[in-house]
Structures are given as C-alpha cells and as structure tokens.
Design a protein around this ligand. Structure first.
Ligand code: NAI
Ligand code: MG
Length: 355
C-alpha cells in the first residue's frame, strides 16, 4: 500500500510540528508495512510576501490529486490578518468540499486539564462541525444611514445537502463509537436554521435507530462540556457553534498543543486535510518549544482516514505514552523546563521511538 501526501507546512511553528508529524508517520509506515510519499507545497506567508499569492489555481488543482493533505498552520505578523487564514485555509476547505470538520476531544492520561478532577474516562468525545456554511458563508452588508449609525447584516446560509452530509457523517461515527449523538444549536432563537438542522437530524436518525439522539443549546453546552463531558459521545453542530465549542474542547483536553482536526469531504471525492487546531504561534516560533502532539494526532486522523487503522492507533497510543511521561511538562511553552527532550524535535523523536 502506498499513500501520497501533500504537505503544507505553512508559517511559524507550522513547518516544525509538521516535520515531527511526518517523522512519526514514517515510523508507522515502517512498522505496518506501507509506503508514504510526500510533496511539499510552497504556500504561506513567504510565498505571499514574494509574489502576492495566497493560493493559486494550479496548486489547488495539484492538491486535489493527492490522497490527503497535511497542513501545519498559517499566519504571520508581516501579513495582514485574514489573507492567509481565509485565502488559503478556508479557501482550501471550500475548494475541496470539506463539509465536515472533525475535532476529537480526549483527555490523555497524565495530562492535566484545567477542569479540576476531570479524568480521561470522563472526557472522550468528538465534535463534528459543518465546515462550509452558516454565518461563515452567508456574506452580508453594512448600511450607513447618513448619521453615525450603521446597520451591519451578516447572513447565515444552511442547506440540506451540506447539513445532511455533516449529520450523516456524525451518525456513522456515533455508530462506530458509543452510539450517542447530540445536536448542538440554538433552535429556540435561530428558528429558520434550527428547524432545518432539527429536521435533518430527525430524518437521518431513522436510518440509525441504534444511535440515541439528544439536543443541547450552544450556550448550555458551554456549561455541560466542562462539567459533564461524559454526557457526550458525538456532538454535531454548525460552523460557528462548532468553532467556539471545539476551542472549549481543546481547553478541556489540556490546550491547543494537543488538539487535532480533520477536514473531510464526506463523499470521498476530494482529499481530506488534517491540521492541528492551533495557529502558527509567532510568539514561540523558532524556539523549539512548540508541542508537536497536535500535529502528530492530526496525522493519526489522516492515517485512519486512509484506512491505516492499526497505524493510526499506534500513533495515538505513542503520543499518549509520551504525554504521560512528560507529566505536567507537555506544555512546552513552560520556560522552566530544562530537560532537553521537552522540545519540538525531542518530543517528536520520542513519539516516533514509541511507534
Ligand atoms: P495560536 O494557536 O498560534 O497561539 C495561541 C497560543 O498558544 C500562543 O501563546 C502559542 O504560543 C500557544 N501555542 C499554539 N500552539 C502551540 C503548540 N503546538 N505548543 C505550544 N504552544 C502553542 O493562535 P494565535 O496566536 O491567535 O494566532 C497566530 C497566527 O496563527 C495568526 O496569524 C492566526 O490567524 C493564525 N491561525 C492559523 C490557523 C490555521 O492555520 N488553521 C488557526 C488559528 C490561528
Ligand atoms: Mg477556531
């Protein structure tokens, strides 16, 4: 078996954590007997500063041809905000029809959660977020009335095809896990979008009678998630609520350095894109203090998506072991740690050794 990966390292800590993820993927390929080829892409801040291009049509076309894409992170203080985040990451999610964003929220043993007394047994859920619509895709307008007052209108677009694709993916995932699906929305206030989401969940649920259904308002979710995460198995939600609650999830599991994500076209027609939830972290770029765990766990999601389930489990287990060894030290932003293996490359090498 052979898998052809595109690699967009990006900016700041992106290339460093991605290099460690690839080191671990190579170790898994050796152990489980498959081949991985990689093609680096020159996209990100340097490219934009050089020739003003965030994402060109030729690169998009080439990216479409790979089995999967590993993305580090983009964003650079020298580039105006939004150019790369919207012009590259969001543009790729749209071009590659990534209707689903998957964010596992798992507390690994030995990692300290800011939620007091939270245990790994109680924190193992997956947030499935619609990735192409809602308030992030609706456009809008601002009307100035000639005084100093203005009216800003921001539209939310929700279609049955994208919602169905997302909800169907979430049900299938729930069936493979603990068979519980929770819709997170604000159906009591956002009645139009709420009605569509509710009816799609009900309609899809007929095909999954073995999956228990629940509903939680997005604001209430911000209380339930930290206090009783064990209530949840798969949470399906729209673009905006998903963005917000998955950062809350990342906090529960010990921080951005540990949070992984997958962008998936549920039809399988386009390659998935796998990326840590964190950004380019310019404040620690080049210091060797970026934790590569989120990038490695994202690569594990990639291998699972490519059908390499044993390798994916091995990568996750190896990461969990190293996190447990690090104890309270997985926060590599902690400048007081002086053990030389608590660096980006040190942690990456240890995870690869475990694999
Ligand atoms: P960030 O996630 O880059 O950093 C937030 C904080 O977390 C910083 O203090 C950073 O040092 C720390 N941190 C992040 N990842 C870490 C890791 N692996 N190990 C240890 N510490 C880590 O978010 P921020 O600072 O808001 O954004 C920086 C740039 O990244 C911006 O240009 C932003 O737009 C971009 N960004 C890009 C994303 C992407 O490419 N998908 C996602 C989020 C932000
Ligand atoms: Mg976000």
């Amino acid at each position: 078996r052979s898998h052809d990966l595109a690699v967009v390292g990006g900016d700041g800590i992106g290339p460093d954590v991605t290099a460690e993820a690839l080191r671990c993927v190579d170790a898994a390929a050796d152990r489980f007997g498959f081949r991985v080829t990689t093609t680096p892409y020159d996209l990100g801040a340097e490219r934009w500063l050089r020739d003003g291009v965030a994402l060109d049509e030729a690169s998009t076309e080439k990216l479409r041809g790979h089995d999967a894409i590993l993305l580090g992170a983009v964003g650079d203080p020298r580039v105006p905000p939004g150019i790369l985040e919207r012009g590259l990451v969001v543009a790729l999610r749209v071009a590659l029809r990534h209707a689903v964003n998957v964010r596992p929220v798992r507390l690994y043993p030995g990692v300290t959660s800011p939620v007091r007394d939270l245990t790994p047994e109680r924190c193992d859920l997956v947030i499935v977020r619609e990735n192409t619509e809602g308030l992030y895709a609706g456009g809008g307008s601002t009307v100035h009335d000639g005084t100093d007052n203005a009216t800003a209108i921001q539209n939310s677009v929700n279609t049955t095809p994208a919602t169905r694709a997302c909800v169907d993916y979430a049900f299938r995932l729930a069936r493979a896990r603990r068979r519980r699906l929770t819709l997170c929305h604000k159906t009591n206030i956002l009645v139009e979008a709420g009605r569509l989401w509710t009816s799609v969940v009900a309609e899809t649920g007929h095909r999954f009678p073995d999956v228990e259904q629940g509903y939680v308002h997005a604001d209430a979710m911000c209380q339930h998630l930290p206090l009783t995460p064990e209530r949840f198995d798969v949470v399906v939600t729209d673009n905006l609520f998903g963005d917000i609650i998955s950062d809350l999830g990342a906090t529960l599991q010990g921080g951005l350095g540990l949070a992984a994500s997958a962008n998936i076209d549920p039809t399988g027609a386009h390659p998935g894109m796998f990326e840590p939830v964190h950004g380019s972290a310019p404040d620690i770029a080049g210091t060797g203090r970026a934790n590569p765990a989120a990038a490695v766990l994202s690569a594990a999601l990639c291998l699972a998506h490519l059908g390499e389930h044993d390798a994916a489990l091995a990568l996750e287990a190896a990461t969990a072991s190293v996190l447990a060894e690090l104890g309270d030290g997985p926060d590599t932003t902690d400048t007081t740690t002086d053990t030389t293996t608590d660096t980006t490359t040190g942690i990456g090498a240890r995870i690869a050794d475990h694999v």
